[in-house]
Design a protein around this ligand. Structure first.
Ligand code: ADP
Length: 280
């Protein structure tokens, strides 16, 4: 149990009466501590690539390097710059998610199109991460199943970042040759079940409750090399909540991981009948 913190003030009146005012500041103090932690984390995450970047610049300034070596240094510098760029983009995404009302029911998305884009991006990421190794086996539901699940009310850009983060993690944490599957199934009550499953190393139970905390990583050392910002699952959790859903994580060491979300019936409606020409 957390201790409760009370702030008390005593007013004294001229006639000798006293008034004691107290309020519970537990939550205020917790929020303030979280804000301080967040700023410290962001500063650390920016300082690390910046230190590396400045080190490389100094090396280039001070050492007469041969062109191939120079090129290698510049490539490493670009990677640090990209890392900072991803961090800033994810921070902006989080702040937009926190500062705007959730998407209403006026935008109905054709999920087929969104998933096709995500499929192509996942394949491209898999190929980029292991250009020489075996590709991941990436399985997406067939178009008719998506059609059966219906259209979804929500924000295309937010759902793109939810799917992109889950699929990106699946590719980055699953060794080449592993299997990644996206499921998108209608639920009996009218909602939709979305899951991203991978055959990667899985996650030990003690980490599961903390995975969606900003900058929480199971393995700090290894995560630094994966190109992640540590904000991905925090973004996923926010987007899910804004669409009336909760993120659920099922995993065990050696058994892969499944990240799933159930969209409520209110956000799902039957897809319009497709024109015969669009059938494949
Ligand atoms: P990161 O940018 O570090 O990937 P995330 O918020 O996306 O940050 O994920 C938090 C942590 O959860 C990761 O550092 C990793 O330890 C763990 N994780 C996320 N997805 C997976 C997965 N598919 N398999 C195993 N571990 C995962």
């Amino acid at each position: 149990a957390h201790p409760v913190r009370l702030e008390a003030r005593l007013h004294a009146y001229g006639d000798g009466r006293r008034l004691l005012l107290s309020r519970d500041v537990t939550q205020l103090e917790q929020a303030e501590a979280m804000r301080r932690d967040f700023v410290a984390n962001v500063s650390h995450e920016i300082r690390t690539p910046l230190t590396v970047l400045i080190g490389f610049i100094e090396t280039l300034q001070n050492l007469p390097l041969a062109p191939p070596e120079r090129a290698r240094y510049l490539q490493l510098m670009a990677r640090q710059g990209e890392r900072m760029q991803r961090l800033v983009e994810d921070l902006l995404t989080l702040s937009r998610l926190e500062g705007s009302p959730p998407p209403g029911l006026e935008h109905w998305l054709d999920v087929d199109e969104l998933l096709r884009q995500c499929h192509a991006e996942t394949q491209a990421l898999s190929a980029a991460l292991a250009p020489d190794g075996p590709a991941h086996e990436i399985v997406f539901p067939p178009a008719q199943q998506l059609h059966a699940a219906g259209w979804l009310a929500g924000s295309a850009s937010e759902l793109h970042s939810l799917l992109g983060n889950l699929l990106g993690n699946a590719v980055r944490y699953t060794p080449p040759g592993g299997r990644i599957e996206l499921r998108w199934q209608p639920l009996a009550g009218g909602g939709v079940h979305l899951a991203v499953h991978d055959s990667g190393p899985g996650i030990a139970p003690e980490h599961l409750p903390r995975l969606t905390e900003r900058f929480y990583r199971v393995d700090r050392g290894r995560a630094a090399g994966t190109g992640g910002t540590g904000l991905g699952l925090a973004i996923v959790k926010h987007v899910a909540q804004r669409h009336g859903a909760q993120l659920r994580i099922d995993s065990a060491p050696g058994e892969g991981a499944t990240f799933s979300v159930e969209f409520p019936p209110a956000r799902v409606r039957p897809a319009p009948a497709r024109a015969p020409a669009a059938e494949s």
